[in-house]
Design a protein around this ligand. Structure first.
Ligand code: TMP
Length: 224
């Protein structure tokens, strides 16, 4: 069994709208569970009852008028609860956490696009994340036109677009650049995945990367 007495692994999924993150998390969770891993899937903003309440406020756009720094602060407040009550305890007992978005989303959405300075984002990240940085981050990359079309197609009738999905195409283009920039600055942690390929191909690539980057490392640790 992978996990056990060792600290678990923390994997985050990032990218623009409609990149297929939740589908890939579902497939990976199933695959890891089949291999005996204790897996917790979660999302941001959200993941705990309090953070889910903040999610509702953030995605409704009700506090957009307070500006990007206030939004970034609220995303970070939700993250503090998520890290303290769900992510950290799961990792400490040897479980693996798969999160649909994490701190890179604040850097991309509120930092690169919202104009919050890198210094402020760094401060918020240090406060909210602390030592609980992801071991591996998959950035699911695709042209924003494709992602937005996919997001529109899967939206249920009567459900409104959220605050960020409703931004214009330039916003989504620079968001993509922001995620690619994060990947370039953190090559050991981040893997950019071409998300225009089929669900099965993307899923296989993710499994292969985990085998090379995480599972072998865990086995080596266990053998020591
Ligand atoms: P999603 O769960 O459908 O991806 O929606 C979450 C939305 O919130 C998405 O548009 C990205 C946005 N977001 C931020 O702007 N900053 C953040 O820190 C996080 C976690 C999400």
């Amino acid at each position: 069994m992978i996990g056990g007495s060792h600290r678990g692994r923390f994997i985050t999924f990032e990218g623009g709208e409609g990149a297929g993150k939740s589908t890939q998390i579902e497939l990976l969770a199933r695959h890891l569970r089949d291999g005996g891993v204790d897996v917790t899937s979660t999302r941001e903003p959200g993941g705990t009852p309090k953070a889910e309440r903040l999610r509702e406020i953030l995605l409704s756009g009700k506090i957009a008028s307070l500006g990007p720094l206030a939004e970034a602060t609220l995303f970070s407040a939700a993250r503090i609860d998520h890290v303290d009550r769900l992510i950290e305890p799961t990792l400490a007992r040897g479980g693996w956490v798969l999160s649909d978005r994490f701190a890179d989303s604040t850097r991309a959405y509120q930092g690169a696009r919202g104009g919050v300075s890198r210094r402020d984002i760094d401060l918020l990240e240090r406060a909210a994340v602390g030592a609980t940085a992801p071991d591996l981050t998959f950035i699911l990359d695709l042209p924003p036109e494709t992602g937005l079309a996919r997001a529109a197609a899967r939206r249920q009738i009567g459900v409104n677009v959220d605050r960020f999905e409703a931004e214009n195409i330039d916003f989504h283009r620079s968001l993509r650049d922001a995620f690619l920039d994060i990947a370039a600055r953190h090559p050991l942690r981040c893997c950019v995945i071409d998300a225009t390929r089929s669900v099965a191909e993307v899923s296989q690539t993710i499994r292969d990367l985990i085998a090379v980057r995480l599972v072998d490392g865990v086995r080596r640790m266990a053998a020591q």
